[in-house]
Design a protein. Structure first.
Lengths: 337, 337
DNA sequence: CACGTCTCTGAAAACGTTTACGGATGGAGG
DNA sequence: CCTCCATCCGTAAACGTTTTCAGAGACGTG
């Protein structure tokens, strides 16, 4: 027990060569007697193969990286919950990277691909910088990006038509007779922030509603920021009758603020979130939210990656997930359980 | 770009030996001119050291494992959120294992320690089998167990006095005048399930309340199971006036059921959870819950592990975290925001 | 009996690092 | 001019595997 047994220890004890030991351990055809001896010695010594040595030879680590901004956000969580079992079933381990949406941090992870401690990477960058693009191009292992990426970027890509998603909610709110539809967004320099901002304007236009910049407030994608932003918005536009939030977390913050302000949801203000996380059914009132298919996106990303690990060389593929509106009591009072 | 540059490539291009390259890259003293040449070639080639080779020599992987039942449970999530940045700051990566509370799966992870792909492991076993104990004893790398473990087990250990926690809530409910205090527990063959069961009985006895087995129902530690168990309990004991749930998730399920049954919380039934996760403040009404210091436990576990990685050889240590009751509207109506 | 064929095994190289050791060089001191 | 020491660097071994290649027997066939 003092020193870890290696293939060499076993070979000596069993009176065979290390090559034979390796063959037995890898299930290659071997004479029954040899196999028996090797196996028995290996078991007796409690032998476990050294993964570093194996990786060095085989050039595979059997690890996959997953990089997202913050493991605390239930969207990413939903993805991890899909991805982890799939990878595990395929014999891969999951290495988690929480980057705080910091570009330098993310580029560090990408550099990690070169260290070869992971065979592939699933990444959700909130901002895609030139640095990202360079690393994507130079990457020495497959990458799947969840979220939009410029045309022609040489990585597999899973995206969701968030524009359509925003349109769905805005139409829903409009259909309920709401005309002063506020919008609490996340940072505009993030990919989702920018997309949702454009989509909001576009949806209003389609419906013939005027775009009023006073109705828009920007915070960050967290509950506390959402609350603050919603409070600012409410103060500026007291006659708001609906609130679209770029995120379920933001929506939770908004609900807190509205409750404290004595506004009834949905009677006075209808509130909708995005992502349709578990939180939507926990919140009170239950939150109408656009599902952006987090679980589905996670699954698709894992599939794309595993596929490419199997046989590389194909052109990059893009999978697009359809958004789906899930209405609950925060917009449709009557549906309250 | 075709073939990954190695230390040998650099050596050739710079006209020095691989030893010199290694020295430069590791910051060992070298003549300025040599250093300049090596660095410039390395940069030009986009050299990145191969982690497998490095691990093989150095016998360290710079990875730490974290094994829990289900990444979806916010308790574990709170821990990961503490642990991940601490490990990262210390130069370690996090390898995530979701074991579905399956003993065989957990033992697999423990076996992984022998593969040396992780330098240490933080584990939260829901059940501690003989298999676990054997692996703990034979482990070739440091382990920190979060949760109780038999006296004398040779691992560092972070625990929480859940007995005291249960006592706190039961006293709180009793102090509010509740006398028919139901208990929805998780599986009794899990470490927390067993502990909470014993603690519930004990707390009742301390308060001079009779133990009525009709008041106890067992499900699993999830929302849906909690709902089902609470429904059974409610049907059996309609005059229940308080409900202690072994878990915030269970409590959410219970809230759903009570709402659907038309019981007011807390007027008719006071509800309390355990773990004090984020969900407690999202639920409606906000949930009274016993904090079992998830974040604190995560931090302590990471500290213990990093400490032991620094210098091994000390006796195993145990850190105990104090529970803390956080009262909210689900038991104290008047505090409703 | 010579030969070819087949099955099993061992020797050795290779993966990409780190590091112990000793050789070369140059300057200081006698 | 010789010796000594310090400084810098190259050679080679080692980490624990996998895999290629070829040798050794066994056996059947002509």
């Amino acid at each position: 027990m003092s020193d870890e047994p290696t293939i060499t220890t076993i070979a000596r004890r069993a009176g065979v060569s290390i090559a034979s030991v390796s063959r037995v351990l890898n299930g290659l055809p071997t004479r029954a007697e040899t196999e028996r001896r090797v196996m028995s010695v290996a078991r007796e010594l409690g032998y476990v193969p050294n993964s570093a040595a194996r990786s060095l030879k085989s050039r595979r680590s059997n690890q996959i990286g997953f990089a997202m901004a913050d493991i605390g956000n239930p969207v990413y969580l939903a993805m991890v919950r899909e991805i982890q079992p799939m990878l595990k079933a395929a014999g891969y381990r999951l290495v988690l990277h929480s980057t705080n949406a910091d570009a330098a941090d993310e580029i560090d992870v990408l550099r990690g691909l070169g260290e070869r401690y992971i065979d592939g990477l699933i990444m959700i960058p909130l901002r895609v910088t030139d640095g990202h693009l360079e690393m994507f191009a130079a990457a020495r292992a497959p990458i799947v990006v969840i979220g939009s990426v410029p045309e022609g970027t040489p990585v597999d890509n899973v995206r969701v038509d968030s524009r359509a998603g925003v349109r769905l909610v805005v139409q829903h709110l409009h259909g309920l007779g709401r005309r002063r539809i506020g919008f609490v967004n996340g940072p505009l320099d993030t990919v989702p922030g920018a997309a949702r901002s454009a989509a909001y304007a576009e949806a209003l236009e389609t419906l013939g509603l005027p775009y009023d910049r006073n109705l828009v407030e920007v915070g960050d994608f967290y509950r506390a920021d959402g609350a603050r932003a919603a409070a600012r918005l409410l103060e500026r536009v007291p006659d708001l009758d609906a609130l679209l939030c770029a995120n379920d977390l933001i929506a939770l913050g908004a609900l807190d603020v509205l409750r404290r302000a004595g506004r009834r949801v949905p009677e006075d203000v209808a509130v909708a979130g995005m992502d349709d996380t578990d939180l939507a059914t926990i919140a009170w009132p239950p939150l109408t939210s656009v599902s952006l298919g987090s679980a589905e996106r996670g699954r698709a990303a894992a599939e794309l990656l595993l596929d490419r690990l199997d046989r590389d060389g194909r052109a990059p593929r893009t999978v697009t997930v359809e958004p789906r509106l899930v209405t609950r009591a925060s917009t449709m009072g009557e549906e309250t359980p």
